[in-house]
Design a protein around this ligand. Sequence first.
Ligand SMILES: CC(C)(COP(=O)(O)OP(=O)(O)OC[C@H]1O[C@@H](n2cnc3c(N)ncnc32)[C@H](O)[C@@H]1OP(=O)(O)O)[C@@H](O)C(=O)NCCC(=O)NCCS
Length: 175
Amino acid sequence: MTRPLVTVRPAAAADAHTLAALAIQVWLDTYATDGVNDLLGRYVLSTFTPAAFAAWSESPDVALQVAHANGHLVGYALLQFGAAQPLAPGRDTELRTLYVQSPFQRSGVGSLLLREARSAAHARTGSDGLWLTVNVQNLRACAFYEKHGLAATGLTQFVLGEARHDNHVMATPRN
Ligand SMILES: CC(C)(COP(=O)(O)OP(=O)(O)OC[C@H]1O[C@@H](n2cnc3c(N)ncnc32)[C@H](O)[C@@H]1OP(=O)(O)O)[C@@H](O)C(=O)NCCC(=O)NCCS
């Protein structure tokens, strides 16, 4: 089957419900590997809301870009500007999220979104440098970021309920 052409554009408020559904799907697919429980259900439904995506699409402090193909969204990237990270000094843009829907993974969509995100960061701040956090067990994402020149600069933790999950802080090289 020929893959549809995937292109990237800035998100609009009208994408909010689609993005919320996409984000929940990718998050659960990635992290709910033992199944879904009350904690995970509450987390995704309170974090990835249409209202949050609508606000992000209109905020001057973030850049939200979507990958689309054949009238459907297949991934998105969310950048936060002015987000200082002590473990990545000098790179004040955070890549908060980079999600590609499973059937579209491993076909260049994540790379396209990352490239567009860095270009949006450059247009906004004059630097395409950025940092992010990624679960240390998310090996495919770690491999993806390393392939794109990011390196681990330290560890942080993501707290969900009683559990603490180690995350790498990864960053582009310092200019
Ligand atoms: C991480 C993610 C964004 C990568 O996007 P993608 O569209 O699959 O990546 P691309 O096709 O552009 O790049 C592929 C490269 O990424 C790495 N990669 C992607 N999937 C991989 C996998 N399953 N196993 C190992 N490496 C993988 C490899 O380096 C690969 O290069 P190769 O194909 O030449 O070997 C995507 O897998 C994703 O959305 N995962 C779920 C959500 C997530 O983990 N997001 C990041 C959290 S911070």
